[in-house]
Design a protein around this ligand. Structure first.
Ligand SMILES: [Zn+2]
Length: 628
């Protein structure tokens, strides 16, 4: 360990270790650690703002402590058609009748109710749909109705597709081409999806994203509780609430946001990028939440704004008659992804800023996001050809906020760690290797939505421009320091995911080191390597520490205090020759039963060269086995 404050910390620690250790030995036996978390923090002298060490936490998506709360990836949703469709959408986005003989069909365009509000839509006049003529659409949305001979409506549907615009709604000018300098920015979001839950619920998408070269940001943290303030960090670069940072975003009710021209889609639009914003669940959309916020009333905020489709659905019964997650025969998330896909198709080679946000599949429940997995993976496959001059970001605002997993320390930690994965085109890795190396390095460092904001600003200015020097956040294409703290990353301590580590006396260590070595013996036996690897015995414990969640995580507002008997011990030790391995692991010990388990993998902290040549391709054996 090379902590700069280590010498000082050891001295300071010595003075409190007696107290703290006695506390563990005594108090902890009579009361549950987190039930009385205030006392624990007071005893350890831990400040809720404590950010002096490299940020550490252990977010294992399959942690045994959350087994009861998680489930397998949800299967795809089955949507059943509620009506037989007499119409089809042509490749050019027009409406045709499937059968020339069909009578009594009409269509009418509808659009954003510009100048009125962002809660209703403006319908055009009905027009007849006859014979083989294509109904040419002049806007993105159309309402279709067909009646029987006696006048009963047997088909009704509201449909969205992209009708390409000639000029930017924001700048009034022609769209600019995407280039090596001006990359498109494609944002594909899920509300309330932690990195861990993404790993559990969207395995097919994750696999596809790995093939496509996405980098997962492993220590990306939210900066506020719910959607709006996290979005304001990403898209405006400002705090909404004053925790220990100054909130400057107006979070009052009743506002419209037409004039908030520093929101990222307005900025890209002003530079004549083609823009899209799609967000399902119109009642709880971030700028229209429960009607308290009034959204964009003057005109759509982007060239292609999907909200009118979802609003029009509320005027009719079809959505209500459809299966959960469905609109008639299609999943809602697929309808939205199709809209994004048709945007990518309609603007090839044009610089684009697209922002798709899926709420319904992941907002309420932990284990439903998987309904979108296959469709999302398919969308990525179908869209990949458009991504050669694009930065693609798959992301979330925060982890699950509502489900029972929040009763656990793991769930509370997950809620602080939203998904963020970023894809850079292959050619950028060659022309801007420093950017690529920085992004990879930053995937292991604490990052926040402000860094995403700085990255968007950087991309808008142009790939070759120096990273912007902003008040908050750094472009993810510049290397961030490994010892970045929550404070540096502008993450209020309320939401800081970093655990506090308390050094314990070395004499406390051997029991945990021996437990790890016993596990190594089991691993060798399981893999049939007992005779092939040298025996491993403990030489010396280098350090042992107790890891405690940040105070605000243990005492989550609105949740009962955590009740757990499980303590995390991080152990660092050396093995006797010939191996001389320096091993590190986290052992979870139940203070009541004494039962220990290993959390995650055993890490090897020194080089082992060719000593594990007999291990073949087995990554675990390579780290642990000294071949004899
Ligand atoms: Zn949210």
């Amino acid at each position: 360990m090379s902590r700069p404050f280590r010498a000082f910390a050891l001295l300071a620690a010595l003075s409190v270790i007696v107290t703290t250790y006695l506390y563990i030995a005594d108090t902890i036996n009579t009361q549950t650690l987190y039930t009385d978390a205030e006392n624990v923090y007071a005893t350890y002298g831990i400040s809720p703002n404590s950010t002096s060490n490299i940020c550490k936490f252990y977010a294992n998506p399959f942690d045994s402590r959350i087994t009861d709360y998680i489930s397998e990836a949800h299967p795809p949703v089955k949507c059943e058609s509620r009506q037989s469709s007499p119409i089809a959408l042509t490749a050019s986005g027009n409406i045709v009748l499937l059968n020339n003989e069909t009578k009594n069909c009409q269509y009418r365009p509808f659009r954003h109710n510009s100048g009125v509000d962002d809660f209703t839509v403006a319908y055009g006049d009905w027009m007849d749909l006859n014979g083989s003529t294509e109904a040419r659409l002049t806007g993105d949305f159309v309402d279709v109705s067909c009646r029987s001979q006696i006048g009963i409506e047997y088909f009704r549907k509201q449909i969205a597709t992209i009708v390409r615009r000639n000029a930017s709604i924001e700048s009034g000018s022609d769209f600019v081409p995407e280039s090596d300098e001006q990359l498109s920015v494609i944002l594909l979001g899920f509300d309330g999806l932690s990195l861990s839950n993404f790993i559990r619920q969207l395995p097919q998408s994750r696999e596809k994203m790995k093939q496509m070269g996405f980098i997962e940001m492993e220590k990306h943290a939210k900066i506020a509780d719910n959607t709006f303030p996290n979005w304001m960090a990403m898209f405006k670069g400002e705090h909404t609430y004053s925790y220990e940072f100054n909130g400057t975003v107006d979070a009052s009710d009743g506002l419209t946001y037409d004039s908030w021209k520093d929101l990222m889609w307005f900025r890209y639009g002003a530079s004549s990028y083609a823009t899209l914003f799609a967000e399902d669940s119109p009642d709880i959309a971030a700028f229209n939440y429960n009607g308290a916020q009034h959204g964009f009333a003057d005109r759509p905020p982007v060239d292609h704004y999907l909200r009118p489709l979802y609003l029009a659905w509320k005027d009719h019964f079809l959505r209500g008659r459809s299966n959960l997650f469905c609109y008639d025969d299609l999943p809602v998330h697929k309808i939205q992804l199709d809209y994004v896909k048709s945007f990518l198709d309609a603007y090839p080679n044009v610089a684009k800023f697209a922002f798709s946000w899926l709420i319904e599949v992941s907002h309420d429940y932990l284990n439903t996001a998987g309904v979108a997995d296959k469709d999302f993976a398919d969308f990525l496959t179908a869209s990949e050809k458009h991504f050669n001059k694009s930065i693609v970001v798959v992301f979330s605002d925060h982890g699950n906020r509502y489900d029972r997993i929040r009763e656990t320390v793991v769930g509370r930690l997950e809620s602080r760690l939203p998904l963020l994965a970023i894809r850079v085109p292959d050619w950028v890795k060659k022309t801007k290797p420093a950017y690529w190396e920085a992004l990879k390095g930053n995937s292991k460092v604490l990052t926040s939505h402000f860094d995403l904001h700085a990255t968007f600003v950087h991309l808008l200015k142009g790939l070759s421009t120096p990273p912007p020097n902003l008040l908050r956040g750094k472009s993810l294409f510049t290397p961030l320091p490994a010892n970045r703290t929550c404070f540096n990353a502008e993450i209020p301590s309320n939401f800081c995911p970093c655990f506090n580590e308390i050094d314990l006396p070395i004499t406390e260590g051997p029991q945990y080191a021996q437990f790890v070595l016993d596990k190594v013996v089991e691993i060798f036996a399981e893999k049939g390597y007992t005779q092939k690897c040298a025996n491993m015995t403990l030489a010396a414990v280098k350090s042992v520490s107790l890891s405690i969640p940040p105070k605000k995580l243990a005492l989550d507002a609105g949740q009962p205090s955590l009740k757990t008997d499980l303590l995390h011990y991080r152990i660092n030790f050396e093995v006797n020759p010939p191996s001389k391995a320096l091993l590190e692991a986290v052992v979870v010990a139940n203070r009541v039963t004494g039962v220990k388990t290993l959390l995650g993998d055993i890490e090897r902290n020194n080089r082992y060269g060719n000593t594990s040549h007999c291990a073949g391709g087995d990554q675990m054996l390579k780290k642990l086995c000294y071949c004899i």
